[in-house]
Design a protein around this ligand. Structure first.
Ligand code: PLP
Length: 393
């Protein structure tokens, strides 16, 4: 494969070398089932416990409050469905936001078909949840607030502590989809009054197909997978030991390098934003300028089709993402970009670039030059752009 520049770390990340090294023995010599009583099994059980401890510490939680899942989507599904079931006698109302990941939104739609009522609160032009709207949406039968920690498309970080305070004040459970935040931002579940927190391994240089749900002690929550006694009998199935060890190693690594990574990414992120704003006309930065993930850049370019931009960037060996998903031939603009108030045609012309700690200034320079060239070429082919230029002469 020819060299490429990878700027799609919100979609997935490279599994770190030290994570792969940590995982390997659990495929080969240490293959025991954690539920077996002989020492080969006990060794696996110990490795799972260690990973659980590492993760618990990173959140200020207790070891037995961490439940491994097969990823972020499963953790999100579990939190919502199980809370709706366990607290259904108290009420059937859930509050979430319009900019959640589909793992939350589609689960909410499922719950609506099964007797729940869901309020989708709006966000401001930078993607921050409106707190007054959130508080006003709380009803006597509200059982759960689920608001994401940081957005996967525009990188906006929510005022999680304030949301937690509102939930606590009204005696409502608070779940947060922390998939983009975990490993990128410090998280303290007590300080933020978080009752449930979802995370995923592959977003922090860990393996795919593993994640966890933090569930605060004392919260009633039903089993998600029925069967054996694994995960305190709440999520049956033989543990994915190599992936769990990998998730633990990824968490340890992420928090070890957090400060350095944040500093480096923030500098490069701001450099990238600055260059695009200075050198490409008719663009708009999407998401909050400061309450923003250190690795996220999201722009809309007028008179541009995001998909065309992506394809042409791919031809230059650049991996990026756009705000529209090409589903069965029809282009749906991102629900997140629509929620922050972008008109359809501008939402269509968006580009997400998400950095890693390996991203270099040289790569950013190459990418800026490529975007400039492609945007110019696409605009030169656009009749709308031609009209616009004529009118503005
Ligand atoms: C990636 C992502 C998910 C889904 O996680 P998977 O492990 O891929 O299932 C959920 N929420 C957010 C915000 C994400 O970015």
């Amino acid at each position: 494969m020819k060299p490429f520049i990878y700027l799609d770390n919100a979609a997935t990340t490279k599994t770190a070398g030290e994570v792969v090294d940590a995982m390997l023995p659990w495929f080969t010599e240490n293959y025991g089932n954690p539920s077996s009583i002989y020492s080969l099994g006990a060794k696996s059980k110990e490795a799972v416990t260690q990973a659980r401890e590492t993760i618990a510490k990173s959140l200020g939680a207790q070891t037995e409050e961490i439940y491994f899942t097969a990823g972020g989507s499963e953790a999100d599904n579990w939190a919502l469905k199980a809370a709706a079931e366990a607290y259904g006698d108290r009420g059937k109302h859930i509050i979430t936001s319009k900019i959640e990941h589909h793992a939350i939104l589609h689960t909410c739609q499922y719950l609506e078909k099964h007797g729940c009522e869901v309020t989708y609160v709006g966000v401001d032009e930078n993607g921050i949840v409106r707190l007054e709207e959130l508080e006003a949406a709380i009803r006597p039968d509200t059982i759960l607030i689920s608001i994401m920690f940081a957005n996967n498309e525009i990188g906006t970080i929510q005022p999680i502590e304030k949301i937690g305070e509102i939930a606590k004040k009204h005696g409502v459970l608070f779940h947060t989809d922390g998939v983009q935040a975990y490993g990128q931002l410090p998280v303290d579940v007590d300080k933020c009054h978080i009752d449930m927190f979802s995370a995923s391994g592959h977003k922090l240089n860990g393996p795919k197909g593993i994640g966890f749900l933090y569930i605060r002690k004392g919260i009633k929550i039903r089993s998600f997978v029925h069967g054996g006694q694994q995960e305190r009998a709440r999520r049956a199935g033989t543990e994915n030991v190599p992936a769990i060890v990998g998730m633990g190693a990824a968490a340890r690594r992420a928090f070890r390098i957090l400060d350095e990574k944040t500093k480096k990414e923030t500098e490069l992120r701001d450099y990238l934003i600055e260059r695009i704003e200075a050198e490409i006309p008719y663009c708009r930065l999407n998401g909050d300028r400061t309450c923003r993930l250190p690795n996220n850049v999201n722009f809309s370019f007028r008179f541009i089709e995001g998909e065309s931009l992506l394809i042409m960037l791919d031809m230059e060996g650049i991996c990026a993402s756009s705000g529209s998903a090409c589903t069965s031939g029809s282009l749906d603009p991102s629900h997140v970009l629509l929620a922050i108030g972008l008109p359809h045609e501008i939402a269509h012309g968006s580009l997400r670039l998400t950095l890693s700690e390996e991203t270099t200034r040289d790569e950013i320079d190459t990418v800026v030059e490529a975007i400039k060239k492609i945007v110019n070429r696409l605009r030169a082919m656009s009749p709308l752009y031609e009209d616009f230029v004529k009118k503005n002469q």
